[in-house]
Design a protein around this ligand. Structure first.
Ligand code: NDP
Ligand code: 2IT
Length: 453
């Protein structure tokens, strides 16, 4: 390891114990930036990276609520406001039992670079709770959201910090959160994104992360004179990002053969066409069922139960050309990376945040495959959140086509900036370095301009 990174990481680990995902995210960025900091001693002496690593503010609070049995579960709420150099804090809320300080700090840290790449004026933040929406009634989810917002509201605002969705937070949760914010603040503002279409939401926001990841993949393939048409694709997850990645891939002539949830994955060699996807969307978004049911519904498809003790995920062992991890962090370990490469995959586009372990990323880069890291490839979601904020400020709505055209342009700009920075700093085709460097430079220059704050 580079001596600067090694000393930085000892400090980060000492100051932030038991936060492995945060350490992983910081180390990757620091490794990419060594060459930049060598060329620009002004960033090093102003401690720009060290300052970005230390969140501007961390809020942690109690969220008591009452379940349908009259019990009072105590859950924990968080909002991590990492950096506001180029705009108000912006980033999603995650409701999942695995949520803790370290996971949200990694997500908020990544968000700073991602938001910078979008070309829009947004700083970085993230929040959430260890509340598990799975198996809860709508009323339980509403009571939880109201309690959560009763504290969160004092830390956010349309010019301060604008949360949105992430794992476990979709249209239903954003609705309950917005209702409570509006009631407390007595203001109808664009304080959250991912809102309903008739109350301030933007067209294409639900689709944006998945669509954007596919546009990014198409841009990557274009550098090799190829398109997605006819390509066989592995997609993980079955939530927001996975659903709309599948929709766009199918529309562009690719064949998606897998989907998953935390219980297991389905493999459909015929491909998950529009009609089957509509069934999955009803299953997941309305009935809130499990992906296992797909195999019973569609003959020819198989279901494989997840084995938490296994050293690899069999989803990544199917033969294909492209892979779109769209579930969660570290879902591709080094064995999975080997399986992907052995199965013929030469494009990995991360719809999820940090779905590939550090070692898996190393394998992809070593083999010189097209590897699109999440902070570039999945930035379409937050980009359209930025467009939702713009529309809210104008009190006007763009059409579906207008938003989609802007999303395509933004993904293209992110691709160009990423490839350009990788080239300029001596690691051509390395999208990891390119995204980290391009995302960093804009924030770093803004921080230099704004003095020691
Ligand atoms: P959803 O809650 O809609 O879906 C998440 C999916 O991933 C579900 O199928 C879920 O299965 C699965 N999953 C979640 N946690 C795990 C786990 N620990 N192990 C295995 N499977 C898991 O979330 P999104 O689709 O919104 O988010 C997916 C990923 O994309 C996350 O990494 C998120 O941070 C990232 N992302 C999301 C954006 C957005 O706009 N929504 C924007 C950019 C990135 P199950 O139902 O069993 O839990
Ligand atoms: O990880 C992410 O970029 C998101 N969950 C979306 C954030 C947003 O503010 O739209």
């Amino acid at each position: 390891m580079n001596p600067y990174v090694s000393s930085l990481m000892s400090d980060v680990q000492a100051k932030n114990p038991a936060q492995p995902e945060f350490h992983q995210a910081v180390e990757e960025v620091a490794e990419s930036l060594v060459v930049v900091l060598d060329k620009h001693p002004e960033y090093r002496s102003a401690k720009i990276l060290e300052r970005i690593i230390e969140p501007e503010r961390v809020v942690m609070f109690r969220v008591p609520w009452m379940d349908d049995q009259g019990e009072v579960p105590i859950t924990r709420g968080f909002r991590i406001e990492v950096n506001s150099a180029i705009g108000p804090y912006k980033g999603g809320l995650r409701f999942h039992p695995s949520v803790n300080l370290g996971i949200l700090k990694f997500l908020a840290f990544e968000q700073v670079f991602k938001n910078s790449l979008t070309t829009l004026p947004m700083g970085g933040g993230k929040g959430g709770s260890d509340f598990d929406p799975k198996g809860k009634s709508d009323l339980e989810v509403m009571r939880f959201c109201q309690s959560f917002m009763s504290e969160l509201f004092r830390h956010i605002g349309p010019n301060t910090d604008i949360p949105a969705g992430d794992i476990g937070v979709g249209g239903r949760e954003i609705g309950f959160l917005f209702g409570q914010y509006k009631r407390i603040a007595n203001e109808f503002t664009g304080v959250l994104t991912g809102k309903g279409i008739h109350w301030g939401g933007s067209l294409i926001r639900p689709e944006a992360t998945g669509y954007g990841a596919v546009y990014f993949a198409a841009n990557m393939l274009e550098t090799r004179g190829e398109t997605l048409e006819g390509k066989s694709c592995l997609v993980s997850g079955a939530g927001n990002v996975a659903q709309f990645a599948t929709e766009k891939l199918t529309e562009l002539g690719a064949k998606v053969v897998t989907l998953s949830d935390s219980s297991g994955h389905i493999y459909d060699p015929e491909g998950i066409n529009a009609e089957k996807l509509a069934w999955v969307q009803a299953l997941k978004n309305k009935r809130r069922g499990r992906i296992k049911e797909y195999a019973a519904e569609f003959p020819g498809a198989t279901y494989t139960e997840a084995d938490p003790g296994a050293d690899h995920n069999p989803l990544w062992a199917h033969k294909a050309e492209c892979a779109f991890p769209c579930a969660t962090q570290n879902e591709i370990n080094v064995k999975d990376a080997d399986n992907l490469l052995a199965g013929g995959v030469y494009l990995v586009t991360e719809g999820a945040n940090m779905p590939s372990s550090a070692q898996a990323v190393e394998h992809f880069i070593d083999k010189n495959i097209l590897f699109g890291p999440g902070k570039a490839a999945n930035a379409g979601g937050v980009a359209v959140s930025g467009l939702e904020m713009a529309q809210n400020s104008m009190r006007y709505n763009w059409t579906r086509e207008e938003v989609d055209t802007r999303l395509k342009m933004i993904m293209k700009d992110i691709h160009t900036a990423t490839v350009g920075a990788a080239d300029r700093f001596g690691t051509p085709n390395n999208y990891v370095n390119g995204a980290n460097i391009a995302g960093f430079l804009k924030v770093a220059d803004a921080m230099l301009d704004q003095g020691v704050v």
